[in-house]
Design a protein around this ligand. Structure first.
Ligand code: PLP
Length: 495
């Protein structure tokens, strides 16, 4: 399988190259040259497998410079860090299911890929014969940062640097990052929002000066954000796996179509689902759910992508995003892989902060989009607990609320899977409030939430308030490049 860039389709890369590089030098994103086909025989084969085997098999179709056996070693290492099944499908009521993606070490769906990515990067470097050290740069809206820190801590020849919006993440998310241990981890807050963090990091990737300086110290940069193909590819597997689980449980028959509802920020999660669909997975609709930062809702309904708008801080901070990077990959597919078209659109976005596409083309017959405000999000948390005894985090609740609207408006009774993206205990105060309790202190709220829901808080969130806060640095958004160089110098001095 070869890869190319969304902004220059004449380029050709191997899987190892795109995993190590993260983003193309032309500013475009790496995409596979074609989509492997999921035929009935392959589906049967996958059906009999464990989750790590399914993931390794599906990855081996895309990352073909690795063998299935090798990928299976990495998948087993990654998913053995999960608490029980990696991604169970939970039945809520007839025809409605939750795909729980948060049983990993940091309690958010980012673990599905970020426990695996470090193994892929280290192995890809070996295959390419590269001896340089890797600098993993991450901009996070809350969950990617912690998952990257856990995934890359103490990985050989690797430093990981995470930037998060200093006032834009939940107290749990912040503590998870500021208390991170490990010899090679660095964390700093940014004065600004996630988009500021993301564009600062993207600028560094394309900054020849910094690249030169880093290379002089033996580093090459890579990304752990979902712009990296190695982040996206492992996410394809759980869509296929969820489908097989529904079939094996007798909830659907082979070939039946299902809907997936995906709480969306950077468009990585839902794009992985679209790739599974392109492989032949029977999907009726992907329902893209946004919070008040509803730039994608507008784009899919009206064709206008306009980031010149207010940025809202919501109770689903990992979706507080206006510049949704992976949309570029979808546009590349639906416009017939026209790299010049994509290049022009993104030049327009850089210059004007907006562009226009044809909404119907973008929807490709398979996407629907909606959004939920804070009240609707809370209502969904309350209702699901009240009626179905199911506790959701606010991101998942945005999905549930948007699905509720969709099913009322359409009468679509296709079996539907909502992707549940975080453990509710990452957002204790807001979830408690939605359930009618009140407590600002996140750890007191945790105890109350346990009492109300009879659900146990995961071990790795308990006691975060008693851990030492190691990383307290906050930098201005125009000082991010300097901070990166300082971090690299610091670790060189420590060695
Ligand atoms: C990252 C994240 C999302 C958004 O996923 P994207 O791939 O960025 O669209 C949704 N929910 C949670 C809990 C997240 O951490």
């Amino acid at each position: 399988m070869n890869y190319t860039s969304t902004r220059d389709a004449s380029k050709v890369f191997s899987a190892s190259e795109v995993i190590v590089k993260g983003i193309s030098d032309d500013g475009g994103l790496f995409v596979p040259s074609s989509f492997p086909h999921l035929d009935a025989k392959l589906m049967d084969e996958l059906s009999d497998m464990t989750y790590p085997e399914r993931a390794a098999k599906i990855l081996s179709l895309y990352i073909d410079d690795f063998s299935f056996e090798e990928l299976l070693i990495y998948a087993n290492k990654a998913y053995s860090r999960f608490d029980g099944d990696a991604c169970p499908v939970v039945k809520i009521e007839d025809g409605l299911y939750m795909l729980e993606l948060w049983h990993g070490p940091t309690c958010a769906f980012k673990d599905m890929a970020l426990t695996l990515l470090p193994h892929l990067i280290v192995a890809a470097k070996k295959k390419l014969g590269r001896k340089d050290k890797t600098l993993v740069l991450v901009a996070t809206s809350g969950d990617t940062g912690k998952a990257a820190l856990e995934g890359f801590k103490d990985v050989e020849d690797t430093e990981v640097i995470v930037f998060y919006p200093s006032k834009g993440v939940s107290p749990m998310q912040k503590l998870q990052m500021t208390t991170q241990t490990g010899k090679n981890v660095h964390v700093a807050g940014i004065v600004g929002n996630f988009d500021d963090a993301q564009s600062a990091v993207k600028r560094i990737f394309n900054d020849a000066e910094i690249k030169k300086e880093l290379e002089a110290s033996g580093y090459k940069m890579s990304s752990a954000n979902s712009i990296n193909w190695g982040r996206l590819a492992p996410q394809i597997a759980y869509y296929i796996s969820a489908y097989l689980d529904l079939k094996d449980a007798g909830e659907i028959k082979a070939g039946d179509k299902v809907n997936f509802v995906v709480p969306t920020g950077n468009f990585g999660n839902v794009l992985a689902g679209y790739y599974a669909y392109k492989m032949g997975l029977p999907v009726n609709k992907f329902i893209i759910a946004s919070n008040a930062n509803n730039v994608l809702t507008e784009c899919f309904n009206d064709g206008v992508y306009d980031v010149n708008r207010d940025f809202y801080k919501t109770m689903s901070p990992s979706m507080d995003i206006l510049v949704s990077s992976n949309l570029e990959r979808l546009i590349f597919e639906v416009c017939g892989r026209d790299d010049a078209y994509v290049r022009n659109l993104y030049a327009e976005l850089a210059a004007e902060g907006k562009f226009e596409v044809e909404a119907e083309t973008l929807r490709d017959g398979v996407f629907e989009a909606g959004w939920a405000d804070e009240e609707e999000t809370k209502d969904a948390i309350f209702t699901f607990f009240d009626l179905d005894d199911y506790v959701m985090d606010p991101h998942t609740a945005v999905g549930a609320s948007v699905y509720n609207d969709y099913s009322c408006e359409t009468d679509d009774d296709t079996p539907t899977v909502i992707l549940s993206t975080a453990n509710p205990f990452k957002f204790t105060s807001d979830v408690l409030c939605a359930l009618g309790g009140r407590e600002k202190d996140p750890f007191k709220a945790l105890l109350k939430l346990q009492a109300i829901t009879a659900m146990d808080c995961p071990e790795n969130l308990l006691g975060l308030d008693r851990k030492e806060q190691i990383h307290t640095k906050v930098v201005d958004r125009d000082k991010v490049a300097q901070a990166v160089l300082d971090f690299v110098r610091e670790s060189a001095e420590k060695r």
